[in-house]
Design a protein around this ligand. Sequence first.
Ligand code: UDP
Length: 313
Amino acid sequence: MNILITGGAGFIGSHLAEKLVNEGHEVTVIDNLCTGNPENIASIMKRKNFRFIQHDISKPVFFDRKIDQIYHLASPASPIDYLKLPIQTLKVGALGTYITLGIAKRNDAALLLASTSEVYGDPLVHPQKETYWGNVNPIGPRGVYDEAKRYAEAIVEAYRRFHGVRTHIVRIFNTYGPRMRPYDGRVVPAFIMEALKGEPLTVFGNGGQTRSFCYVDDLVRGLILLMNSKCSGPVNLGNPHEMTILDFAHRINEIIGNKAGIKYMPLPVDDPKVRQPDIGKAKKELGWEPLVDVDQGLAKTIEYFRGAFNKTV
Ligand code: UDP
């Protein structure tokens, strides 16, 4: 198949691109590299069935070959990224999704939208099921991401209903693994880099807030299953193993053998207090569940960040 991945030079996109290239598909990645990194796709760059186009998907683009499937992953995705790039975040969620849907419609291609657990905001229902509408502050600092993705879901549904485009919406929960940027501000790289430097881990608030972390290989397997299913979604994909950020910090210090402990900083505005996916729908519709436990996943991720750490010292 001819497969297009927007945001394919990013963390999740590059793992997806690599897997699809290895399966023998013709893969085109579009990425403007505002948060993506060409190093992420270095291993497939020279493969015959791979091409890379540096382009901002918020602006129109035309293809010389028929496209069968589109994974629309392009977006800044870390809180510090979308605080730095608020307008681009809104544009790629709105205009980028609109343009990508246009490409899907013109090519009669299937489209998968990478939405997010952030559509649930600071959730009042726990764990979060797809039927929950969310608790989002539209004008808070995180609103640029949350509302862009909520808009994206709305326009994807409109194209499915009105134009009959085959669409699939996935709500991705916290995902981690190799190729996250060491300083993207998210908790997994932040804690691992601090621990490798022998510094105290910076916990925001009292660390009582919870998250549930999914290893990237599990997530990518779920994305491909959803794309090739009849399920339009939305479907939650994530690991239901929930833990407090404080417990998570202790775990990382323990694994790395960091004796520097923990320091506390104020909780960012609108930081969700709890988050855990209900994955009943993914199990039923896709036969999907995560297979990699946190210790296995962290071991692989720490190995990757040791490489990044050695490069910076
Ligand atoms: N966090 C933290 N220290 C850090 C970075 C993040 O305590 O150095 C906390 C953050 O406040 C949040 C959780 O870890 O409660 C996950 O943050 P992240 O930015 O990874 O993703 P989010 O789930 O908030 O989008």
